[in-house]
Design a protein around this ligand. Structure first.
Ligand SMILES: Cc1cc2nc3c(=O)[nH]c(=O)nc-3n(C[C@H](O)[C@H](O)[C@H](O)COP(=O)(O)OP(=O)(O)OC[C@H]3O[C@@H](n4cnc5c(N)ncnc54)[C@H](O)[C@@H]3O)c2cc1C
Length: 385
């Protein structure tokens, strides 16, 4: 490794830019390069699923453009530049224009990509996904003079978009194989409560059913469900989940599982290469949320500055942005044996997950019950101590 080479960050999402920002708090002089295959504008991705009701277009979500970020961070920002090779032995990466960039230390903040559904019919390539500013701009254009929107996937992102769309007077049709929304995060009663609350706002649920095919003719999507139900919509948004971007790392011989495998120091198995955010799996944990990446960014920044630092994840409940029905959830860790104790009253659903010794390991609060978030969070064990 040549110490005189710059530190290079690949990715200009919240993960990449937060590493740069944290690093600059510690070190104002080391050369820093940020490379991204998008416009490298700084924005808060969570805003994408509640921008419609806030009447904000994609460009209005930009907090600072690439040039301002470069100036503020005293960094070189290479936008619209795709990295297609990492050479860990020679401490270099190559761009798709065959330019070689040498690094002293490399941070991979590559994010995750939307899973494409293999749906029968002629419309598979016309389903929209929203996972960045550019795709959000496309989505806003697509719904501009339209009324009926189908969303495939009633997970966190699907439910947030559903709420945002109904608040803006769209007709929303939610499809999922599962019987209830947020079924991987919420116990049944809490899912029922959310489903009812969003139905009262106008969301049409088609749950527990497989989509047989989707066909597109003359600007209309015809959706056929396996149970024989058929309906037509103007736009279909697919929100069935994200898959970490690991290909680049895999080809370079980095250890990859679900995400790019990193230890508690957020270091990969190749010297000088770190990873965080939606592309990374930290000690087996895949946590595609803002809080974990902020903690990771602070730890990596210290390591980049010469003080090897491990990350800690405290309990990090996730607020679901469904304003028609508040939801906050801190799912129990995988493999914790226990049971949900659930109370439901005029305040909503209050679910707590206890192990056999009576220790709290998770919770789900829906409706006014979210007020208990802070008190319960204090009782939870750390996600990664
Ligand atoms: C609609 C929506 C709502 C959300 N709401 C919440 C919420 O309320 N709370 C919460 O905690 N989390 C939320 N999340 C999740 C959260 O936003 C993400 O976890 C976070 O933004 C991921 O940031 P990232 O930097 O890891 O990835 P990204 O923002 O995806 O950034 C990846 C970057 O890598 C670049 N890149 C990838 N491959 C290459 C390559 N080969 N060469 C060059 N550049 C490359 C991309 O161009 C991009 O700049 C939400 C996500 C979505 C989609």
């Amino acid at each position: 490794m040549a110490a005189e080479h710059p530190i290079v960050i690949v990715g200009s999402g919240l993960a990449g830019y937060n590493v740069a920002r944290e690093f600059r708090k510690l070190n104002t002089s080391t050369e820093l390069i940020i490379v991204a295959d998008d416009a490298a504008d700084f924005y808060s991705k969570p805003m994408l699923s509640n921008a419609l009701a806030k009447n904000k277009m994609a460009q209005e979500l930009v907090i600072a453009d690439a040039e301002k970020m470069a100036f503020d961070l005293n960094a070189k920002v290479l936008k619209h530049t795709r990295i297609n090779k990492i050479d860990p032995d020679n401490y270099s990466i190559s761009t798709s224009d065959n330019e070689l960039i040498e690094y002293s230390q490399l941070v991979l903040a590559l994010g995750a990509s939307a899973i494409q559904l293999p749906i029968a019919g002629n419309a598979a390539d016309k389903l929209l996904v929203v996972n960045d500013l550019a795709s959000y701009a496309d989505f806003r254009n697509a719904i501009a003079d339209k009324k009926k929107i189908a969303i495939i996937g009633a997970g966190l992102i699907g439910c947030e978009f559903a709420n945002d769309l109904v608040l803006s007077d769209y007709n929303v049709f939610m499809l999922d194989l599962a019987e209830l929304p947020l079924n991987r995060l919420l116990p049944e009663q809490a899912g029922e409560y959310l489903k009812t609350a969003l139905a009262e706002q106008g969301v049409n649920w088609y749950l527990g059913q497989k989509t047989k095919q989707i066909n597109f003719t003359e600007s209309v999507f015809k959706i056929d469900l396996e149970n024989g139900i058929t309906f037509e919509v103007d736009v279909v948004l697919s929100a069935v989940g994200l898959r970490p971007n690991v290909q680049l790392a895999k080809e370079a011989g980095l250890e990859v599982n679900n995400g790019i495998v990193v230890n508690k120091n957020l270091a990969t198995n190749k010297k000088g290469i770190f990873a965080l955010g939606d592309c990374a799996e930290v000690e087996g944990l895949f946590l595609p949320y803002v809080m974990p990446l902020m903690n990771s960014a602070r730890a990596i920044a210290k390591s980049l500055n010469g003080e090897t630092t491990s990350v800690n994840f405290p309990a990090m409940p996730v607020m679901v942005k469904t304003p028609s029905c508040s939801v906050v959830v801190a799912p129990p860790a995988n493999g914790i044996e226990g049971e949900w104790i659930i109370k439901q009253d005029e305040n909503g659903v209050h679910a707590q997950y206890f192990d056999k010794d009576g220790k709290l390991h998770g919770f789900a609060l829906v409706g006014k019950a979210v007020e208990d978030k802070q008190a319960l969070t204090k009782e939870l064990p750390a996600v990664l101590a």
